[in-house]
Design a protein around this ligand. Structure first.
Ligand code: PPE
Length: 315
């Protein structure tokens, strides 16, 4: 489902008019940062999941990229995202804010570029297809290495970082897999092209440390849910073969949500379907995002609260 309106630099415009010029710095150099956020249908109406954490990460990404001044605060960005969802009448959607080097800066200095801000929304379901939830997906360890943190900044969702993800995931898909697992420059497991990774062995849950991965907000939510359910969650370096002999493996991300891995490098993981504990975590996560788990109610930001400023759509 496409959106009718996109928020661009302070106002909602028809999505067909939400365009940037060819000489946009970010288009040439990947000098942009973005977020991926989901809005879910709840009893209190559409609500944005962990909204503030996502917008804070967006602002942190700008700080990492080295942009010194941003015209919008976290609160203003949150207000703009709520307006975007409301204007499009979405009950559920994926929200994509992007802050980008717009004009100037063709000398590789971020200070010489103007900064643009946009927020798009669209309907995005089943990132790995409708069967992935129950069946799990097939993945391989990529021939491409994840970023060294002093080459590309892995704590920031910098658009240019994703060329690495495109290389990996395209290769995996062409080889017949659903997703790529990427190793860090020392050879330990980092993350997938657009998700964090967990494994379960002997009832304990393991995930790579934050060293070289994006600090995923779904990852954080799953750690909280699993801990609240009484599971030990251990953050430690993991090797490729630890994954091979795990009882269960799963991936987490805003777009993907929680997806089991049934096969890695032609080796069946566990029973070859979404594992038992993964299924429990998946259920609690799906209930939490739709407001059905009272203890996680504060993770949801309803979009229909009274509003003081609705930007008028351009005619
Ligand atoms: N690692 C990477 C590299 C990543 O891109 C994401 C999100 C995650 C981990 C998980 O982070 P979080 O969403 O906060 O739990 N990937 C986004 C983009 C996916 C895309 O295909 O585009 C997303 O899931 O929105």
């Amino acid at each position: 489902m496409e959106s009718k309106f996109t928020w661009m630099d302070g106002r909602l415009v028809p999505t067909a008019e939400a365009n940037v010029p060819f000489l946009t710095n970010a288009l040439h150099y990947g000098t942009a940062v973005f977020e991926g956020i989901r809005c879910y249908n709840t009893e209190r109406g559409p609500a944005i999941f962990r909204h503030r954490e996502h917008m804070e990460r967006l602002v942190n990404s700008i700080q990492v990229l080295g942009v010194r001044e941003l015209a919008y605060s976290v609160d203003q960005l949150m207000q703009a995202a709520r307006e975007t969802v409301r204007a499009n009448n979405f009950t559920e959607c994926y929200i994509r804010p992007l802050i980008y080097a717009a004009q100037g800066g063709f000398n590789l200095v971020i200070d010489n570029a103007t900064i643009g801000v946009g927020i798009a929304a669209w309907f995005w379901k089943d990132y790995y297809g409708p069967e992935a939830l129950a069946k799990g997906v097939r993945v391989n360890v990529s021939s491409f290495t994840r970023h060294h943190p002093n080459v590309m900044m892995t704590k920031a969702k910098i658009s240019g970082n994703y060329a690495n993800s495109f290389l990996a995931r395209t290769e995996s898909m062409r080889l017949g897999f659903d997703e790529a697992i990427m190793l860090d420059p020392t050879g330990y497991v980092a993350e997938c092209s657009g998700d964090n990774l967990f494994m379960i062995r002997g009832g304990k849950i393991y995930t790579p440390t934050r060293m070289t991965v994006l600090e995923g907000i779904t990852r954080d939510s799953l750690i909280t849910i699993a801990t609240d359910l009484g599971y030990d969650v251990i953050e430690q370096p993991l090797s490729r073969d630890q994954l091979y002999i795990a009882d269960e493996v799963f991936m987490t991300g805003t777009a993907a949500e929680v997806v089991g891995v049934r096969e890695i490098d032609f080796r069946t993981i566990g029973e070859g379907k979404t594992g038992r504990i993964t299924t429990i975590l998946q259920r609690v996560f799906h209930a939490a995002v739709r407001g059905q788990e009272p203890r996680y109610a504060e993770w949801l930001d309803p979009v229909n609260l009274p509003v003081t400023t609705i930007a008028a759509p351009a005619e």
